[in-house]
Design a protein around this ligand. Structure first.
Ligand code: ATP
Ligand code: MG
Length: 421
């Protein structure tokens, strides 16, 4: 079922990416093509406009000398008047029919294989007398002028450009097809990873919750079988149930923190903190606890300037690390807390002389619900969520956390948090 959902999701992603690329290419191709075509016509049309203006104001019908355009004068009946100047073009030109509808317009005309761009206007100049001063007959006076230009090469250019665009569109389409397929697979990876993580999280959470719930249920059912017993007589069952409830409580609040962290609901509230005072406040209650377990606490806080951190979260982070250092050390052990500023980073180090963490598990301990076998799940009673939360707090501060071995045995947790200058 999951595989089918994933496959469907990937195909959907692929299609979205493929068509988005295609749409972008189509729009880009169309813009380039229209621009190219417009540009071609614009330069021809501006030449034609210039030539028609000159021709319509000219005082003779020879027309201005030009190799690109042909100028044809018509009388009021539509008869060509300057055929003697048209040379070998005369026969082609005689086939052209002019139409008053086209007056003052620029348009294309097909003559055989040739495409002509035409501009048709009225003649402004009044050619009433010829060069010799003789009056010109009405039928010999130009009334309309048509300026032509052969645009076949330009149109062939446009056509070739279109073919080139189409060919590149097909090639790009194929490339995009392959790229979209690869990208969609690549994009699915984090989705699949998150999905798998979520599944594992729910599985482990259900498993973790089931154990205390079963214990509480058994104890309560046990109580129901002895209705006449006093609370004192059943104290151990009640104490155990309460301790399991406490565990459930801490488990759910940890899970809630992680779930919220995952969905980016929690944002950091950084404030300048007097770190020495802050650390002393955290360590004070632990000093007694550590002493009561016949362990030693050594502290060295060398941070004089205020640091910009989310005090609540960093407090939580130090408690998690300190709690582990106490939990995973035997009596007589030493727990050392150092902190200083190093290269614009706030460095917090919590070292212990406890059971240590094998190299193999140095990465795994940050995974949710992960607990090392030797830490003795039953005895120390953790959820395996502490370090996951610690890792999240550190990464939310854009910092780093790493575990190294304490030379004399045990582990060193080093946290680096970037703080403002
Ligand atoms: P909790 O969620 O209550 O903190 P936990 O302590 O088991 O439970 P983590 O703090 O995430 O969970 O630690 C994960 C595991 O890493 C521990 O179970 C333990 O095996 C190992 N570990 C953590 N800190 C230390 C340490 N200082 N020394 C040795 N092992 C450690
Ligand atoms: Mg812990």
């Amino acid at each position: 079922m999951d595989k089918i959902v994933n496959r469907k999701q990937q195909i959907k992603l692929f299609l979205i990416e493929f068509f988005s690329f295609l749409i972008v290419f189509t729009i880009l191709g169309t813009i380039i093509f229209v621009f190219y075509q417009r540009n071609t016509y614009n330069s021809v049309d501006s030449t034609l406009t210039r030539r028609t203006q000159m021709a319509s104001n000219s005082t003779n019908m020879m027309g201005p000398p030009d190799f690109q355009t042909i100028t044809i004068y018509y009388n009021f009946k539509g008869k060509i008047l300057n055929s003697q100047y048209l040379n070998n073009m005369a026969s082609t030109v005689s086939k052209i029919k002019v139409n008053k509808d086209k007056l003052n317009k620029i348009y294309n005309l097909e003559v055989g294989e040739t495409t002509l761009r035409c501009a048709y206007v009225k003649v402004h100049s009044q050619m009433t007398v010829d060069r010799n001063g003789e009056p010109i007959k009405r039928s010999q006076r130009p009334k309309y002028v048509l300026v032509l230009r052969n645009v076949t090469p330009e149109l062939q250019g446009v056509e070739r450009f279109k073919e080139l665009l189409l060919a590149s569109f097909i090639v790009f389409g194929l490339i995009v097809f392959i790229i979209s397929y690869i990208i969609s697979g690549y994009n699915m990876k984090p989705v699949l990873k998150a999905w798998k993580q979520q599944e594992e999280f729910v599985d482990s959470a259900a498993h973790e919750i089931r154990t205390p719930l079963t214990i509480i249920q058994n104890k309560l059912e046990g109580l129901m079988t002895k209705p006449n017993d006093t609370i004192k007589e059943q104290a151990s069952a009640i104490i155990m149930s309460l301790s399991e409830i406490r565990r459930l409580n801490s488990l759910t609040s940890d899970m809630l923190t992680l779930a919220r962290a995952n969905s980016n609901v929690i944002t950091l509230e950084k404030t300048p903190v007097n770190f020495t005072e802050f650390m002393n406040q955290i360590l004070e209650p632990y000093a007694d606890l550590i002493e009561s377990q016949n362990k030693k606490l050594v502290t060295s806080i060398n941070v004089t300037k205020p640091v910009l951190i989310d005090a609540k979260r960093v407090h939580q982070l130090i408690v998690i690390l300190l709690d582990n250092a106490i939990k995973y050390t035997p009596t007589g052990a030493t727990i050392t807390v150092n902190s200083s500023i190093e290269n614009r980073n706030l460095k917090i180090q919590i070292c212990d002389t406890g059971i240590g963490i094998s190299d193999k598990n140095k990465k795994s301990v940050f995974k949710r619900f992960y607990r090392e076998e030797k830490s003795g799940n039953k005895k120390t009673g953790g959820n395996g969520l502490g370090l996951s939360i610690a890792e999240w707090i550190v990464s939310a501060h854009k910092g780093h956390i790493k575990i190294t071995d304490n030379p004399g045995g045990g582990s060193i947790f080093t946290v680096l948090l970037p703080v403002a200058k």
